[in-house]
Write a protein that binds this ligand. Structure first.
Ligand code: PLP
Length: 395
């Protein structure tokens, strides 16, 4: 097969789609008005964000005045967690979350712990899942917030958010439920009314907008404190002149993603072909995360006797962009907290590869990965003294 370029790191970020760029372009040009200005340029910009808000609300199953635009998923996570904690600290200081959250969540929680909040970090099972019963059991009278991600960015596990929310509310109706749905939105159906959550975070660049736009959904009647104070933007809850072009782009991206959810069946079929092909062709490999209830684009496999970084380098030289662990931890030598939490031994966690595909991926891309990966793994193993031992013992 001819050499080609394959981007398989869509959980880190996606390529901006041409239709999103097209929708955004007018607001880099003549549509430069400030939505707060009363003149025609301002009104034009305001109309654009009003329409985008209405479209996003319709696609997520909420009301337009429950959508708040932010700069990214991390800001939405910080705002939901710190804003809820600070608003409700008079009622209690206990928060429940899990051990496999994104660092935007974990580090927000750690910041609150330094202020005197108490956080229970729930264990997950070998597939990376928490159960609604387990979450409800951790909820107390003084629990003000439960946070659980909708889908894991490293191993693709989808959590039972609807059931979990119902269980939490049954135990303590006053406890707020927030879900980080950054990896879920656009990849699986997400409807906030159906889920019953109080808050939900999403990020544009995971669904084919440029980096720099996010949303926090806050259910009507849920009070949280501001994170960014400023002018009266976002109904006085999030200061900062609105990022009009990106807001318009996000509405377009969400429309395409939700309209194309059927595409995800094709993506899931390619994911399964990758998982099966890799496990069949490469010995001493294990799938991380579940077979069922997994994000359609996520493949995460650990290889024994391999360093993930060397694997990435050789894949990169073959034109394949992938990741080891999460994007955030790929620059650190610590094993991924997610892999450790699901019981992957530390040595094996170091040899993990995440391939995250998207609707841009083709069957030929999958063939290419399946052709290039096995000899690269073999080449690295041939340099490993540990693998040498294993081969000797087999003789
Ligand atoms: N939450 C999850 C689950 C993520 O995967 C990410 C990004 O990798 C974020 C939050 C942060 O989003 P952003 O990059 O928009 O800040």
């Amino acid at each position: 097969m001819e050499d080609r370029f394959v981007y398989a790191d869509n959980a880190a970020t996606t390529k901006t789609s041409p239709e999103v760029l097209q929708a955004m372009l007018p607001y880099f040009g003549e549509g430069y008005g400030n939505p707060s200005s009363l003149h025609q340029k301002g009104r034009e910009a305001k109309k654009a964000i009003t329409e985008a808000r209405e479209k996003i609300a319709m696609l997520l199953g909420d009301k337009p005045n429950e959508i708040y635009f932010t700069s990214c998923g991390s800001e939405s996570d910080n705002w939901a967690i710190k804003g809820a904690a600070h608003a409700w600290s008079g009622r209690g200081k206990h928060i429940v979350s899990t051990k496999i959250e994104h660092h935007a969540v974990l580090h927000s929680l750690e910041a609150l712990e330094k202020e005197g909040f108490e956080v229970t970090y729930l264990d997950v099972d070998g597939d990376g899942r928490v159960t609604p019963e387990q979450v409800a059991a951790a909820v107390r009278d003084d629990t003000i917030l439960v946070e659980c991600m909708f889908a894991n960015n490293e191993v693709g596990t989808i959590e039972p958010i609807k059931e979990l929310t119902a269980a939490v509310k049954a135990k303590n109706p006053k406890t707020l439920v927030f879900t980080d749905a950054v990896q879920a939105v656009g990849n699986i159906p997400v409807n906030v009314a159906d889920l019953g959550v109080d808050m939900l975070a999403l990020s544009g660049h995971k669904i084919h907008t440029p980096k720099g736009i996010g949303v926090l959904y806050i259910k009507t009647g849920v009070r949280i404190l501001n994170l960014v104070d400023g002018g009266g933007q976002e109904r006085g809850k999030r200061g900062g002149t609105e990022n009009v072009a990106y807001i318009v782009g996000l509405a377009k991206a969400l429309e395409t993603a939700v309209g194309g959810l059927d595409e995800n069946r094709r993506v899931a079929a390619m994911r399964d072909r990758l998982i099966d092909g890799i496990l069949e062709k490469i010995p001493y490999a294990r799938l991380n995360g579940p077979r069922e209830g997994r994000l359609p684009g996520n493949v995460n496999i650990s290889f024994e006797f391999i360093e993930g970084e060397s694997l990435l380098l050789l894949l990169d030289m073959a034109g394949i962009c992938a990741s080891t662990g999460s994007a955030c931890s790929s620059t650190s030598l610590e094993p991924s907290h997610v892999l450790v939490s699901i019981g992957v031994p530390v040595e094996l966690a170091h040899g993990s590869l995440r391939l995250s595909i998207s609707r841009d991926t083709t069957d030929e891309d999958v063939d290419y990965i399946l052709e290039k990966l096995p000899p690269i793994v073999q080449r690295l193993r041939d340099m490993s003294p540990l693998y040498e031992e294993v081969k000797k013992n087999q003789k």
